[in-house]
Design a protein. Structure first.
Length: 121
């Protein structure tokens, strides 16, 4: 049995991105939990759980991905509505450099062998 790559994104990758965004927005941009939760479309308790490492700590994001998240945090801090577009941009970045494949490989042994992150297969 295996999970679709999209399921891996929903269960592991998106929460990890949100966690990192919450860290950067609260620390570097001094945004409140309430403001961050509003920007990311999640609850204040989810922000609290991200920041206390109770949620989204099963994967480690690459340095390159964290750098992209910092860029996105800068955009979001100026335009709170940009979070959806920025999270999508980060997901596309992770697909293009195959970072998401590493996460998928971790939870889907053997699937990556024939997936190769190519939508044509």
């Amino acid at each position: 049995m295996y999970s679709l790559p999209q399921e891996i994104e929903v269960w592991y990758i998106i929460p990890a991105i949100r966690k990192e965004l919450a860290k950067v927005l609260t620390k570097d941009y001094e945004m409140s939990y309430e403001k961050v939760s509003s920007c990311l479309g999640i609850t204040k308790s989810a922000i609290s759980q991200y920041l206390s490492n109770k949620r989204a700590n099963k994967i480690i994001l690459s340095k390159e991905t964290k750098r992209e998240i910092k860029k996105s945090a800068g955009v979001i801090s100026k335009n709170y509505r940009a979070s959806l577009i920025e999270i999508q941009r980060i997901l596309n970045f992770m697909k293009s450099n195959k970072s998401s494949c590493q996460v998928c490989k971790q939870y889907n042994k053997g699937v990556v062998d024939y997936c190769n992150a190519d939508p044509m297969y």
